[in-house]
Design a protein around this ligand. Structure first.
Ligand SMILES: [Zn+2]
Length: 278
């Protein structure tokens, strides 16, 4: 089809039956913007309609050019799900995902009509999508496998070219690494991330992410040994020497995620918010 309205020039047909539309919300946290994916041509499933931006919602509807039957959400961070509810109201599409947990940086407007569980499948005349619950970046994070292509749509679980923030308590580093190992084992042909380009070599990219996280974890463990009895904030400069000071707020959240994993693994202990080796 040809798009003349808001979708014009902003979508990519990635392969027959899979299109991507980038939301106009570029930033340091979202890269070029949030990827919204459309599956099918006769009845459409939309994945991650993104933030509440009217022009993006119009572009999704225009690009779909067919009834929208399903609206799938990977997780309820503000750059992925807030448009879902409105899109469902306009189109009648069924909202699919996991409920919004408590806490900051969550989209409280999202409430799934179908609460998807691990292993459940959406079977349509044109395609089948299977859900994988992948907690870590967010406790309610789900990746969706498009079976015909063997492409996995990974939201913020795996993104192109950078690492994602693991923000406790909803973010959990131990679960994140376990979920990464699980996705690696799926033997997918490609990954469709929530931000950035299609990842054609999933295993190499996932191995890099796991390696990078474990390398950071050993830096955290070494910093703890060298500087015991510091708070999380005081430890940041000892672990994130390579990180711009402007990002120290996020670095502190990531550091806490690593410390909590080390605590769970018995390698760190906390007394009155001060950390020491376990
Ligand atoms: Zn995101």
């Amino acid at each position: 089809m040809t798009a003349f309205g808001p979708a014009m020039g902003r979508f990519t047909e990635l392969r027959p039956g899979i299109r991507r539309l980038v939301a106009p919300n570029p930033s340091i946290m979202t890269g070029p913007g949030t990827n919204t994916y459309l599956f099918g041509s006769e009845e459409i499933a939309v994945l991650d309609p993104g933030p509440m931006i009217d022009s993006h919602i119009e572009a999704i509807i225009e690009l779909a050019d067919a009834p929208i039957g399903w609206i799938l959400v990977t997780h309820t961070h503000p750059d992925h799900s807030p448009a879902a509810n409105v899109l469902a109201q306009i189109t009648g599409g069924e909202l699919i995902g996991r409920p919004t947990p408590e806490g900051p940086h969550q989209d409280a407007t999202f409430s799934p009509q179908f609460l998807v569980s691990d292993g459940e499948r959406l079977e349509t005349d044109e395609f089948v999508i299977e859900a994988f619950h992948t907690p870590g970046h967010a406790s309610n994070h789900v990746c969706y496998l498009h079976e015909e292509s063997n492409w996995l749509f990974t939201g913020d679980h795996v993104i192109d070219g950078s690492t994602v923030v693991i923000d406790p308590p909803d973010g959990n580093m131990k679960q994140y690494i376990e979920s990464l190992r699980r996705v690696r084992g799926l033997d997918c042909d490609a990954l469709g991330p929530g931000h950035g380009e299609i990842i054609r070599d999933p295993e190499r990219v996932i191995d890099w992410i796991i390696g990078h996280r474990l390398q950071r974890e050993s830096k955290v463990a070494a910093a703890l040994t060298a500087n015991p009895n510091l708070t999380t904030r005081e430890l940041v400069p000892h672990v994130y020497k390579d990180v711009d000071k402007k990002l120290y707020g996020w670095a502190e959240r990531s550091l806490l995620a690593h410390l909590l994993k080390l605590e769970e693994d018995g390698a760190a202990a906390r007394t009155d918010d001060r950390w020491s080796p376990g």
